[in-house]
Design a protein around this ligand. Structure first.
Ligand SMILES: C[S@@+](CC[C@H](N)C(=O)[O-])C[C@H]1O[C@@H](n2cnc3c(N)ncnc32)[C@H](O)[C@@H]1O
Length: 270
């Protein structure tokens, strides 16, 4: 099994409200029309369970969620949540620890819908192929939310913006223990795999639009964005430190607006 790349529960909690405000309701409505209760939803890369907390109350019950992740500590956190469907009825939650690169159709048993959020860009091409093949084998629609596109817009603009963004995107495409991650290329690769199998795909924007009221999230996002850019290109260290100081002052004054582009897509079988 590949080494688990740690994701902090604190980071997932910090971004949860922005994620919830950004995912596409139009695609949920479209997916909802394909569901016949009882509903079984397999969520891939569940982390602390942000996707079921957001989606379960938008869908009819009875609902069973099966949460997949290779990080058992995050799964335990997710499973402890008290979740309800849109009629207020409790939902059943099961966890399935494991590596998504080894996912097979039989692991998605009974799926009415497969979901993921903020997952695809941290996977390799082989892992995405395995996931798409498993979804196609299971024959259930797939709603993959919040994949970064690599585009970031900051206001006020700064000459460093494009350079740090490019270096961050290269970092997202890095190789980790022999796995070359797809980063911002991932959603297009996944959607094309579904289309090649004859599935239909609907795409919607789900950009984060962050402003003065999102200081904590913007600060943490900025810190991680610059750290990754410098890890990729250490020659940027000094410039990044100066850039970070200027951006921190703008964040403190509520003057910085950031759009971090994401897309959601829904794929369904012929
Ligand atoms: C950025 S987090 C998103 C978590 C959650 N979906 C959310 O939106 O808050 C990505 C999650 O995918 C899991 N993950 C990443 N690569 C994985 C892999 N190859 N196999 C299983 N889980 C993986 C991580 O442990 C993490 O919980």
């Amino acid at each position: 099994m590949s080494a688990v790349i740690p994701v902090s529960a604190d980071w997932l909690t910090l971004r949860e409200a922005a994620d919830a405000g950004s995912r596409s309701h139009a695609l949920v409505a479209q997916a909802g029309r394909m569901l016949r209760p009882p509903v079984t939803i397999h969520d891939l890369g569940s982390g602390t369970g942000s996707m079921p907390r957001w989606l379960a109350p938008l869908l009819p019950g009875p609902q069973t969620w099966v949460l997949h992740d290779w990080n058992d500590a995050l799964l335990q956190h997710a499973a402890s949540a008290d979740l309800h469907d849109r009629d207020g009825a409790s939902i059943t939650v099961r966890t399935r620890p494991g590596e998504l690169g080894a996912l097979r159709g039989r692991d998605l048993d009974g799926a009415s819908l497969v979901t993921a959020s903020a997952l695809l860009d941290v996977l390799s091409a082989d892992e995405i192929s395995a996931i798409v093949a498993a979804c196609i084998d299971a024959g259930a629609p797939a709603l993959f939310a919040l994949s970064v596109t690599g585009q970031v817009l900051l206001d006020p603009v700064d000459p460093g913006d494009r350079l740090f963004a490019a270096s961050f995107n290269d970092h997202q495409r890095r190789t980790v223990e022999g796995r070359r991650l797809l980063g911002p290329d991932a959603p297009a690769v996944a959607a094309d795999l579904f289309r090649s199998a004859g599935w239909s795909v609907s795409v919607a924007d789900s950009h984060w639009r962050l402003a003065g009221g999102d200081r904590a999230l913007v600060s943490e996002w900025m810190h991680g964005w610059l750290a990754a850019a410098v890890a990729q290109r250490p020659a940027l260290r000094e410039w990044a430190a100066e850039y970070a100081r200027q951006r921190a002052a703008q964040i403190a004054a509520g003057e910085l607006r950031v759009i971090v582009e994401h897309i959601d897509f829904l794929a369904w079988p012929p």
